[in-house]
Design a protein around this ligand. Sequence first.
Ligand SMILES: [Zn+2]
Length: 436
Amino acid sequence: MKTRSLLRSKGVAGLLVLAGGLGVAWVVGESGRIVLAQPGQASLAAGPAVTQGPQSATGRNVARVVAEQISARAVSELKARSPVITDRRTVALSRAETGWRLVKESQYQRAMLAFAEATELFPDDAAFLVGLGLCQHRLFRDDLAVTTLERAIRLDSSVGQAHKLLGDVDYRRGEVQTAIRHYETARRQDPNDVTLQARLVTAQRELQADAGFDRLYSSHFAVRFESSMDRRRVHEVASRLEIVYNKVGRTFSYFPVEPFLVILHPDRKFQDATLSPGWAGGLFDGKIHLPMRGITRDRQAAEKILSHEYTHALVDRLSGGHAPAWLSEGLALRLEGRADAWGREVLARHAAEVGPLNSLHGDFLELPPRRATVAYAQSYQATKALIRRYGMDRVRKLLQALSITPDFSSAFEAVCHDRYRDFDAAWFASQAQERF
Ligand SMILES: [Zn+2]
């Protein structure tokens, strides 16, 4: 279906549905998203050591330090192909090879470590830096990615992929014109890369659609809106998004630095632009889409929509895009402040349709409307059960672990010290008696 393929093509999608007082939401997960902990965020810094390690082992400081460590003498030794340097080169190539293998498996955190090691051994190898920059970009450290990739280009202006990745960084930031310039350079370097053509077409379409739009930047959001819209109302939305950023962030002890892109749609265009159904109150597909009137008319309803969609955005970054749909939806419903009894009441009416959680990892869009409502109710109930059993802090660590180990069962066992299938079975069995 058209809607589904659009949402899939965008990677991650979430819909907030406000129909008959029942909020329903959609998520389609895809790989490659996380933001690392920021220094000073104590609870995150206390997470798995690997989260902080790569961050401190990459970027401009390390590149500089490493470059200083490997002296000019070492380079001349390399030219002389001394055994020591040859060994070092072999090790570096091997680490880079590991990095590319991990990239294929979407294990960007581990891949970043491998490329950082390769770069330490050979700081002037542009291809290693491209690998490192790619991981930084996929891990939402675009500030580091830009530095790394620009350094790669300075070392070798024809190095493959660097301009394409810089284009991706700019595109994600909403800097479409600069993105197009990078894509065009990349296409001149590699005319056979068909993915570049697709990127160019998308970016050029967006640039055309951008005519008549303005942007407003708050601390953590870039809000795109039609120039004809009332700026005071846009300011108001941005202010409320910042409040939600802090509120939801406190729940997850997670405050990403890389800004989120928000698109404010005139109400008449929201459904067409997002291909969402009439009852959708908002949508997350990597960007947060909001209908203008829907979020400025009723303050309470708006608060729910903003909290719901921002939770999707945060879960997406924290988990690297690997959170199962039921968990992302359950958290979004919880953070929007859904009535506690809602899920229980829906499941009581549709007890025969309740299935195991492992059937709710992917696309809810496949489901017919009634089954979908049951799926959201299950998501809500199961997420509350998960939080009751393990605590919110453990749930956050579970999301964080998914960015390193995308397999949910493995991450669950590592963080919760229980088997996911046991949790799932216990939860499923408990539904009839509401014992959970
Ligand atoms: Zn949702």
